[in-house]
Ligand binder design. Structure first.
Ligand code: NAP
Length: 509
């Protein structure tokens, strides 16, 4: 039974017994073990701050971009083996594994390109210098410089490759060392990528650390220059935000949490039209891709009353062609959910959706392992509907909810989720969609507007792109990642320098 080790202070180190089992969710077989017991995480963070930080800050943005390009190539060069490991450690189909692994290398490539564009700079200017009061010589200039702490990344189980890479890309490019803690259930894939990176010899000493297993006392050792980026459930997020050392040191925190993403069909959309088909295809993709374990997957589907029958029938027809089964087998669209605990929680969620709504469709699933029968439900009650505006069933499940069709009601219903990562709107009528899109904006990090002219050009609302922000207000955590260069600012300190213009120009030249 392989015991996976953590990578701390530039060494592979094993935690002490008792160990936590890692399970292949397709078979239920134990495929590895981890433990963080007895590991000295305070010294590990100190090493990152004092060795990794200076090494990265000595590099220019361009050089850090080259590092990212190298790391992306390492992932790509072992792609097939990583896709296979994704299957045995996370139960993913090949398509789902590609989404994660190619998403990881693609995001790193994007930030590598950004690094090249920023070139030989080590400091970024934020806006232009401005004269202070009436002086032309005494000016203020905002600078962005790397913070001198560690970028601590705590990730969810659902994207073991992309989760590592999308956070590490922005932090490393900004010039901060990374300390990554993946979700334990699927950490074997993150661990393998880390092994490949270490073996490549590309990483400066102290630039990246990996902790496999529980977070242990990690947060007791955070300091005032550290940045903590978390992705996971809202109850864990609340514990992290309120952790005594995080609060005492005012650690910068970014939270990506639950999200009750909505899909809204406009009243102008004719059944069978390109826009209608786009809506149907994208809902079905979101329900089946990664067995619905995507933070951006649609959970609530709002359909005007007079389109509900047609939309439900079209969704059920498409879903009836979806196969749940063993990820390695041909023709399988949905694999198992990622772990036994996830299995319990999704089963409970599906049962609750069945209680608050009526079943439109349930798929079949193999016995054993962590398989669930996916489900589409119809839930009445609009704003007053129980469960659906509060609970995210993190699996292949969604609810169709009829509404009157007005722009105002569509916005109110989507906002009842309390703030989301992404919302999708399908309409060819700008008179209706205009107020919907602008009304939804304060409640969401991203809005995906599907319409006739782009029906065959969109990767779908569930795909997070490195050049657009990822994150959302309220329930979604209130955080923001990626968004191109915007993603660096979390790791950079914005400082206003007041000085003589000539002297300032000399140091910034
Ligand atoms: P989770 O249970 O909250 O765990 C997330 C991470 O936090 C894991 O690495 C976990 O470690 C760690 N953790 C747990 N307790 C901790 C503590 N007291 N201190 C420090 N770290 C702690 O979430 P999950 O089950 O992995 O993921 C599912 C949830 O994540 C869903 O609710 C989903 O909506 C959300 N999610 C959100 C996004 C987004 O971008 N907004 C993306 C993906 C997932 P262990 O694994 O060792 O317990």
């Amino acid at each position: 039974m392989p015991l996976l080790q953590s990578y701390l202070q530039d060494q592979w180190v094993a935690g002490e017994a008792p160990h936590t089992d890692l399970v292949d969710p397709t078979t239920g077989e134990v495929v590895g073990q981890v433990s963080t017991r007895g590991l000295d995480l305070g010294s590990a963070l100190h090493h990152s701050r004092t060795v990794g930080g200076p090494a990265l800050r000595a590099m220019t943005f361009g050089q850090r971009g080259e590092l990212l390009e190298g790391l992306a190539k390492v992932i790509h060069s072992e792609r097939d083996a990583l896709l296979e490991l994704s299957r045995t450690s996370g139960g993913t189909t090949r398509g789902d594994a590609k989404f994660d692994v190619d998403g990881a290398s693609g995001t790193m490539q994007y930030y590598a390109y950004l690094g090249k564009k920023l070139g030989d700079k080590r400091v970024l200017l934020d806006g232009e210098s401005e004269g202070i009061l009436r002086s032309k010589r005494f000016v203020g200039q905002h600078l962005l410089v790397p913070r001198h702490g560690v970028a601590i990344h705590i990730n969810a189980f659902n994207f073991p490759a992309w989760g590592l890479a999308e956070k590490a890309a922005a932090a490393l490019l900004a010039g901060m060392p990374v300390f990554s803690k993946p979700g334990t259930a699927t950490c074997a894939l993150t661990h393998r990528i880390m092994e490949l990176w270490v073996d490549s010899g590309l990483l400066p000493a102290g630039a990246i650390s990996l902790l496999v297993g529980s977070a242990s006392d990690l947060l007791d050792h955070v300091g005032p220059q550290d940045c903590l980026a978390f992705t996971g459930g809202s109850s864990t997020a609340a514990k992290i935000r309120g952790h005594a050392a995080v609060v005492a040191n005012n650690v910068r925190v970014n939270i990506e949490a639950d999200s009750l993403n909505a899909s809204i069909l406009g009243p102008d959309v004719e059944p069978g039209s390109d826009t209608f088909q786009m809506f149907v295809n994208q809902v079905v993709t979101d329900m089946s891709q990664k067995a619905g374990q995507k933070c951006t997957a649609v959970r609530r589907i709002f359909v005007p009353n007079d389109l509900v029958e047609a939309a439900s029938a079209a969704l059920v027809e498409r879903l009836s062609g979806v196969t749940v089964g063993k990820p390695g087998e041909k023709g399988v669209d949905i694999g198992p959910v990622a772990s036994p605990s996830q299995h319990r929680s999704v089963q409970e969620g599906l049962e609750e959706l069945g209680r608050v709504g009526s079943e439109l469709w349930r798929g079949e699933a193999p016995e054993g392992g962590c398989f669930v029968r996916p489900g589409l439900f119809r839930v009445e009650g609009g704003l007053e509907a129980p469960f659906v505006h509060e609970h995210e069933v993190f699996g292949p499940a969604a609810a169709v909810m009829p509404y009157g069709g007005s722009a105002e009601e569509a916005v109110q219903l989507a906002a009842a989720g309390g703030g989301g990562l992404v919302v999708s709107v399908y309409s060819d009528d700008p008179e209706w969609a205009g107020p919907v899109v602008l009304g939804l904006a304060p409640w969401h990090g991203r809005i995906h507007w599907g319409s006739r002219k782009v029906h065959d050009q969109s990767p779908g609302p569930g795909t997070v792109l490195p050049n657009l922000v990822h994150g959302g207000p309220g329930k979604a955590g209130g955080g923001e990642e990626l968004g191109g260069q915007r993603g660096l600012s979390f790791y950079l300190q914005r400082t206003a320098v007041q000085a003589d213009r000539g002297l300032l120009d000399r140091i910034l030249a």
